[in-house]
Design a binder for this molecule. Structure first.
Ligand code: AMP
Length: 194
């Protein structure tokens, strides 16, 4: 795999979560900034989204935000990003985020984060991309999600190799190695229907 130049972060926009998660997001941003890896994200400044952007910017990194115009006010757009793209729809936003990134990191988040995660997982399952997806299971936050995926596999609504669509990490030290791992599993539309 060629060197990773940009990473898309999916994370929560809620401003009222445990400060632990906010600090974690800031540290993830700092790490990307110091590694000179471009941060691609949803363009807001609330919750973990704002923290990850601030962490990267303060570390001298490049941050590209992509926000739909109808959410500009609601998500309180970040005003000091390297680039802010205002697009028409959520679909365009997610497509641009996915296209601009060489890999994806999932931090704790809410329903919007879940929606983004499932989309990028299913696109990989269908062979539309083969980029690394890292689920940051901080404080075991994503255990219910990981359990749900195992449940789906056990009931044969998904093939067992779906657990290879992503890598799960628990600490910041594991982030860069996980993003750099060669994806040995290959997914194609044929794998989806067994
Ligand atoms: P949340 O995890 O709900 O705080 O949302 C995190 C990010 O997901 C924010 O940038 C939201 O704009 C985005 N988002 C929220 N709802 C949706 C949705 N239905 N589809 C896609 N993205 C969403």
């Amino acid at each position: 795999m060629s060197a990773l130049q940009s990473v898309c972060i999916y994370c929560g926009s809620s401003a009222t979560v445990d400060p632990y998660y906010r600090t974690l997001a800031y540290r993830v941003g700092t790490l990307l900034g110091t590694q000179k890896i471009r941060l691609i994200y949803g363009g807001g400044r609330s919750g973990l989204m704002g923290e990850v952007a601030d962490g990267a910017l303060h570390a001298g990194g490049t941050v590209i935000g992509i926000i739909p115009h109808h959410m500009q006010a609601r998500e309180i757009e970040h005003r000091t990003l390297s680039e802010l793209h205002v697009v028409d729809t959520m679909h365009t936003r997610k497509m641009m985020m996915a296209e601009k990134a060489d890999g994806f990191v999932v931090l704790p988040g809410g329903l919007g984060t879940l929606e983004e995660v499932f989309e990028i997982l299913t696109w990989k399952q269908l062979g539309l991309h083969n980029k690394p997806i890292v689920i940051f299971n901080a404080q075991e936050f994503w255990n219910p999600l990981l359990g749900l995926i195992r449940h789906i596999i056990a009931a044969q609504f998904a093939p067992a190799n779906n657990e290879q669509l992503y890598e799960v990490i628990e600490s910041l030290e594991q982030l860069m190695p996980a993003l750099g791992h060669e994806n040995t599993a290959r997914f194609s539309p044929e794998d989806k229907w067994f």
